[in-house]
Design a protein around this ligand. Structure first.
Ligand SMILES: Cc1cc2nc3c(=O)[nH]c(=O)nc-3n(C[C@H](O)[C@H](O)[C@H](O)COP(=O)(O)OP(=O)(O)OC[C@H]3O[C@@H](n4cnc5c(N)ncnc54)[C@H](O)[C@@H]3O)c2cc1C
Length: 281
């Protein structure tokens, strides 16, 4: 024990956390993100993901069949490690479940004629934005953290500041492909296996392993004009927020509350290039 009864390790971890963050965590995060960004660009350009996808699904089916043959003594879960998840919860259950290696991290197809993007479930928001923005498209709901995955947003819940227009993340999804607990691979949409299609969102992986998702795309605008409106008082905040969300001209609506009495409502509208030039003059 040293200063104030704290051990040396506690002092280093608490008082000198910045050393670990600045010299280890930030550089390693930068390299990790750069590697995945570059990998995504190359895989998408070479279009190798669709061919590999079928084999990856077969690999999941094989693991599920092995679990069945071994007597199904434990439950199954994805082998995605806890440090990759957004949740602060440590997924201790993974220690005693049968982990199924999914490795489904690629964008499979952008079909502009059908206005859909088909992706594997571990594709994240940053990957989708970086790929679609270059093509002039976006998905209608982009939950704001780059690391949120399609699988997590479908099986958990996804929402963002355009949800007053488009609903929850599941409402912009056109179809899901899954491997079920009997090892079969199945596709569902509102016209095909529709009961499963409506049951998948919020099911937290209990109905099967998600292997691909088709999501609607919409044209992207290069600029968003933001308006910040300070509000005072909870009642006023609720009324003003409601009013902003009811106005369908607002493409994005979000509120940030600083205290019980102070908040700011942010609204955003899409702006064309020519309008931006006009403002500059
Ligand atoms: C700081 C912070 C900010 C956030 N901001 C937002 C936000 O702006 N908008 C928003 O909508 N949400 C937000 N969230 C919540 C987020 O939507 C959820 O945590 C969501 O579950 C995404 O997490 P994930 O991609 O890490 O998925 P995970 O947590 O890994 O997965 C969520 C669930 O889906 C299941 N699952 C995942 N992949 C598969 C698969 N392939 N097959 C079967 N089951 C699967 C998992 O088993 C788990 O039950 C935020 C969370 C945090 C911590």
């Amino acid at each position: 024990m040293t200063k104030n009864g704290r051990s040396l390790l506690e002092i280093i971890l608490i008082d000198y956390r910045w050393v670990f963050v600045c010299f280890f965590l930030l550089p390693i995060s930068f390299l990790y993100n750069f590697f995945y960004y570059a990998r995504n660009v190359i895989v998408f350009r070479l279009n190798t993901a669709p061919k590999k996808h079928d084999n990856k699904v077969k690999n999941i089916q094989r693991q599920v069949q092995e679990w069945r043959k071994s007597g199904m003594k434990t439950k199954m879960c994805t082998a995605r490690p806890g440090w990759q998840m957004m949740s602060f919860r440590r997924p201790l259950y993974k220690n005693y479940f049968t982990q199924i290696d999914c490795n489904l991290i690629d964008i499979l197809e952008v079909d502009v004629s059908r206005r859909v993007i088909r992706v594997e479930p571990m594709v994240n928001m940053g990957q989708i934005s970086a790929t679609l923005a270059k093509l002039g498209w976006t998905i209608a709901i982009v939950p704001e953290l780059d690391d949120l995955t399609v699988g997590g947003l479908v099986m958990g819940t996804g929402i963002e500041s355009s949800s007053h227009l488009y609903g929850l993340f599941q409402h912009i999804c056109v179809s899901y492909e899954l491997v079920l607990a009997d090892g079969s691979a199945i596709k569902c949409s509102k016209d095909e296996n529709s009961e499963l299609f409506y049951a998948v969102p919020w099911s937290y992986g209990t109905l099967g392993f998600l292997t691909a998702v088709e999501i609607k795309i919409i044209p992207a605008s290069k600029y968003i004009r933001l308006k910040y409106e300070p509000v005072r008082g909870l009642k006023s905040l609720c009324q003003q927020f409601d009013k902003a969300a009811s106005n369908k001209n607002n493409c994005f609506v979000e509120a940030l509350q600083f205290s019980t009495d102070e908040a700011v409502i942010m609204t955003g509208v899409k702006v064309n290039d020519d309008e931006v030039e006009h403002n500059k003059v």
